[in-house]
Write a protein that binds this ligand. Structure first.
Ligand SMILES: [Zn+2]
Length: 755
């Protein structure tokens, strides 16, 4: 079961706590749910009257109810229940402008702001001396204009006095060098002094603003691990790692056995001898390196947890979240980070991502759809982090973005399209980054809704229109669920283990998973991006490329899924490693050999001579090409549906399908070119009985959201040219109120919401 209910947290029982597939069986009826909901309201010290006043929250035949924080803010008569806002920096703005800014933000249609996440130096100018008067005045001004406030705790950037007084809180990087103060995210996640000081300022904020009208929620910290040095290797982290290992393994003998420390004379006789993986003349033990990645993830999540526990106690009426960006740039298990938070909040910068990819490529242009596909995968990942709950975009790109260089200028319609893409994939709210553009500091190039001269940005009218449209579409849509028959597994352990030992210099996890996501979603089926431990039973077909690390529990789950009629599709390097990063002692694919019906006869990293792949009738089409890797498959019951065509392995099986129980298991042993991969995965998707509601042309994205008997279909044109979509029946576009049948036109970067 996903972590969708926290019995101890009265705020956790929200409409978006209940993805029907996962959690609904725990309640016999909506009536019982409401009773339980009211009981929790009582726990949250809300009066019956407040609850009744908050019952404006009951909307729609689906019995949709608003979260507690939305009800309480509605009952307070000030804020509203929508999260369609902007990120605002009163700390960086002359106070004389706050009134004008608040009025203009309200006129734009924004419902909330996020503030203060980088304002530690103003809130605690000296240790233990707190000044929240300015922030209180800012909140009052915003609230006067009916703008709800999300407060950020400031631990992502400590003030200079702190890092000077406690230099040991500063992070040590992967080369063993201590960073310097002056940027942000330069602190150690383990250091107890930094944790204490971070908790103290957050607690003072919470005590000050717990009952302040207009404040509705919290963002803890900002973008954990998102820096040029995402992991810390200091002495405090070494001690923390040793304690974490002691708790995980119990005895040092077990640790030695699990890692295989007899290799290179690394046998430990005490946990205090275990190093962190700093440069040591040779590669670290793979088990140690993987556990250190896990420890650093744990250290950041437990850092957050300290502030979360405090906020739950001091501010029971407020929601609590944090913001981050999804894979591939994170070095933290986001499922662990968000486990006890109310909902996921993500930062979405498609244009900035495009700039980064261009810089990595040095030259040339990105293949069509690269950015929109990666962005869609990020949204699907975000939605699934908490089992399908609607998520929020805490920072949405609103103009050119960058630190030293500018990202491409968003073309007309793109900011609106990016917003709708998030909504189409399950978002319930969006905050644009940022209101005014800074004229000082490292993010001067990061354009906001106002330009440097405070004139309206090129996207201002678009943003105003989008906010107005989303308000009209309403809460039922924004809180609806996203149905999916298809799942794609994203496993941090596989990603980290392949970072440590990729097997081929060109092979890495996230690009492979993204390529598979793109190949599958080109068919516009609803897809969840799930954890390896997720329940597979809701899905007709599950894709799990590069499942390099495979535990017995995961193998059992896959075996049962196929046995019961599911289709499981995987790729080369399946089941090579155990959960402790040792290579299995059985023939590959190890624990799933019988399910897949093949034995891996040999595995071949490919550097110069590419292998051809010929397909049988099952995937009829042009011959394909095998890129980085070839698993040479020996069928043991499986049907061969593609074979290698060149070299010493010519004629050997490259892709196989095995019938196992009531289902099928497909092994894609070759690293197929994009066109062949798309053909294979789309054919498998169709044969598993998954069909998109509407066929759309290349460059157009189609998704659906549902609540009760209502369904909304989103058509998103990710290209700059007009596109035509053939409709299977008559629809009404909720944005234009026009009816369409036969075909419907989408302008360049155009959006339609059909019902
Ligand atoms: Zn550290």
């Amino acid at each position: 079961m996903p972590p969708c209910q926290d019995e101890t947290n009265p705020l956790s029982l929200t409409p978006w706590s209940l993805p029907p597939r996962m959690c609904a069986p725990r309640f016999d009826s909506a009536e019982k749910l409401i009773v339980l909901f009211e009981r929790r309201l009582a726990l949250a010290a809300l009066s019956r009257r407040e609850f009744i006043e908050g019952s404006v929250a009951v909307i729609g035949a689906g019995g949709l109810r608003l979260p507690v924080w939305a009800q309480t803010t509605a009952a307070a008569g000030g804020a509203n229940q929508l999260l369609l806002g902007v990120d605002f920096y009163p700390d960086q703005t002359p106070e004389a402008l706050w009134e004008e800014d608040s009025r203009m933000m309200a006129e734009t249609g924004f419902t909330n702001v996020r503030i203060a996440e980088f304002a530690w130096a103003l809130m605690e100018p000296n240790e233990g001396k707190f000044d929240f008067a300015w922030l209180r005045r800012a909140v009052q001004t915003l609230h006067k204009h009916n703008l709800a406030v999300i407060l950020g705790t400031p631990s992502a950037a400590p003030p200079p006095w702190l890092s000077l007084k406690y230099p040991e809180i500063i992070e040590v990087n992967a080369q063993g060098q201590r960073l310097h103060a002056g940027g942000r995210r330069f602190t150690c996640p383990t250091n107890k002094v930094y944790r204490r000081l971070s908790l103290t300022i957050a607690a003072e904020m919470a005590r000050t603003f717990a009952e302040t009208p207009g404040v509705i929620g919290w963002q803890i910290d900002n973008e954990f691990t998102l820096s040029s040095s995402p992991r810390c290797y200091c002495n405090f982290c070494q001690t923390g790692f040793q304690e974490w290992l002691r708790s995980r393994y119990g005895s040092v003998d077990k640790l030695n056995q699990t890692w295989g420390t007899v290799f290179w004379s690394q046998t430990y006789t005490d946990f205090s001898q275990v190093p962190v993986p700093l440069p040591s003349g040779g590669d670290p033990n793979p088990g140690l390196a993987l556990d250190y990645d896990r420890y650093q993830s744990y250290a950041n999540a437990s850092f957050l947890e300290e502030q979360l526990v405090m906020l739950r106690q001091k501010c029971p009426r407020h929601f609590v979240t944090t913001n981050n960006v999804g894979p591939p740039v994170d070095y933290i298990d986001l499922r662990e980070l968000y486990k006890n938070l109310d909902f996921v909040a993500f930062d979405n910068y498609p244009g900035f991502f495009e700039m980064l990819l261009h810089e990595q490529m040095k030259s040339g242009s990105l293949p069509a759809g690269t950015i929109s596909t990666a962005t869609a995968m990020g949204h699907d990942f975000a939605r699934c982090v908490k089992g399908g709950k609607p998520f929020m975009i805490m920072e949405e790109q609103s103009g050119k973005a960058g630190q030293k260089t500018f990202s491409p200028q968003p073309e007309k319609g793109q900011v609106r399209l990016w917003t709708y893409q998030a909504i189409a994939h399950g978002a319930m709210g969006v905050n644009y980054f940022r209101w005014d553009t800074a004229t000082f500091g490292a993010e001067e190039y990061w354009h906001g809704v106002l330009n440097h001269d405070r004139s309206k940005s090129p996207a201002y009218d678009e943003i105003k229109q989008t906010v107005k449209e989303l308000k009209a579409l309403g809460l039922e849509l924004l809180y609806s669920r996203y149905p999916a028959d298809v799942a794609l597994v994203f496993d941090y352990d596989c990603g980290w283990a392949l970072q440590i030992q990729p097997g081929h210099s060109g092979l890495s996890y996230v690009p492979q998973v993204t390529a598979w996501y793109g190949a599958i979603t080109a068919s516009h089926a609803g897809i969840d991006v799930i954890a390896p431990g997720a329940d597979l039973s809701p899905y007709k077909i599950v894709f799990a490329p590069l499942a390099y690390v495979l535990t017995e529990a995961q193998a059992t789950r896959i075996r049962n899924f196929v046995q019961d009629g599911g289709t499981f599709v995987t790729s080369f390097r399946l089941g090579v490693k155990t959960g402790s990063s040792q290579i299995v002692r059985t023939p590959l694919p190890g624990l799933l050999r019988d399910v897949m019906g093949v034995t891996v006869e040999d595995y071949v990293p490919i550097y110069s001579t590419r292998q051809g792949v010929k397909f049988s009738a099952a995937f009829v089409g042009a011959d394909g090409e095998c890129g980085l890797w070839a698993d040479i498959l020996q069928p043991a019951g499986a049907e061969v549906v593609a074979s290698y065509t060149a070299g010493e392995h010519a004629g050997k099986a490259a892709v196989t399908i095995n019938s196992f129980g009531k289902g099928k298991a497909v092994y894609v042993g070759a690293d197929l070119d994009a066109a062949s991969l798309a053909r294979v995965l789309r054919t498998l998707r169709a044969s598993a009985g998954v069909q998109p509601a509407i066929e759309v042309p290349a460059g157009v994205e189609m998704t659906a959201r549902r609540a009760g008997n209502s369904e909304w279909i989103f058509l998103l044109n990710n290209t700059s040219v007009a596109q035509t979509v053939t409709l299977p029946k008559a629809f009404t576009d909720l944005l234009t109120k026009e009816s369409h049948s036969g075909t419907v036109e989408l302008s360049g970067y155009g959006v339609r919401v059909l019902t």
